[in-house]
Design a protein around this ligand. Structure first.
Ligand code: ROI
Length: 168
């Protein structure tokens, strides 16, 4: 088993529900154990602004799957959420990214781990820091320093009452 970190994002079809359901589904994957899930965070879209706010979270998943088998499982889950991808950087029902896979660096046609863009994204760094403040990201440095250099002003952490408000 090694520790992987998965980023979740949604801005379509009741995003809070999409993310909570996806966390449950990740917990049910075989050869995997969900260790911890961050809070949910709401932010303005990065990229085209003519779309709804995103809900994001990060989970720590222990896994005995290879990185590519894990990717297959995540892509199956995305399909089950009827992922639509109308345009590049456009709205989506569910996005699941392998952020980290142990301390491995993987670069091939299907996978880029650590996720290339993660150090530039507050909606990844803040939830990741919430669950794993001591992490060092291969090739990028200490998570604490990356997060301290990142403006999180746009991010809003949801508390459990607000989950319900967002649903209705
Ligand atoms: N913006 C935010 N805030 N959160 C995301 O998960 C997200 N995902 C994307 C793009 C469209 C780049 N913007 C995002 O894929």
């Amino acid at each position: 088993m090694l520790e992987s970190y998965i980023g979740l994002g949604s801005n379509l079809a009741q995003p809070v529900e999409q993310i909570n359901q996806a966390i449950n589904e990740l917990a049910g994957l075989s050869h995997c154990r969900l260790q911890v899930a961050s809070s949910l965070y709401v932010s303005r879209p990065m990229g085209p602004q003519d779309q709804d706010d995103f809900v994001n979270a990060v989970v720590q998943l222990s896994t005995a799957l290879s990185a590519h088998d894990l990717l297959d499982q995540l892509q199956n889950l995305e399909k089950r959420h009827h992922r639509v991808r109308e345009r590049h950087w456009g709205p989506r029902t569910l996005d699941l990214d392998i952020l980290l896979y142990g301390d491995q660096i993987i670069q091939d046609e299907r996978l880029c781990v650590p996720h290339t863009e993660m150090a530039k994204r507050s909606f990844v760094l803040y939830p990741l820091y919430e669950i794993a403040p001591e992490l060092t990201i291969p090739g990028m440095g200490k998570l604490k320093e990356l997060k301290e250099n990142m403006d999180g002003g746009d991010l809003k952490k949801l508390d459990s009452n607000e989950y319900r408000a967002q649903q209705s």
